[in-house]
Design a binder for this molecule. Structure first.
Ligand SMILES: [Zn+2]
Length: 94
């Protein structure tokens, strides 16, 4: 549920409330003076929090900017033969 910030017209401090996007009111009673507080338009808090999506995005960005240092080439593993036909062993190797 998104957080909406409201500002009272009488100089009270801003306050935040959570509403669903479908039911977000344009104004709500001020908790300090019970006057009408209007919803403000602000920047979305996209980079805030410790969500899984943010961790994945940070890890992806870190990989692109500073890849891990490789100290040696990856080891060569023997692959399983592609075919079991003994005649294929006589074919030239690449
Ligand atoms: Zn107020």
């Amino acid at each position: 549920m998104p957080t909406y910030v409201f500002r009272c017209g009488r100089g009270c401090p801003d306050f935040a409330e959570q509403h669903s996007m479908a039911t977000a009111p344009a104004d709500t009673p001020c908790p300090s003076c019970s006057g009408q507080a209007r919803r403000r338009i602000g920047a979305p808090a996209l980079g805030v929090g410790n969500s899984t999506g943010m961790r994945v995005q940070d890890a992806t960005r870190a990989t692109a900017d500073s890849p891990d240092v490789v100290r040696s080439p990856p080891g060569s593993r023997r692959r399983a033969p592609l075919t079991a036909n003994p005649l294929h062993r006589k074919l030239p190797r690449p």
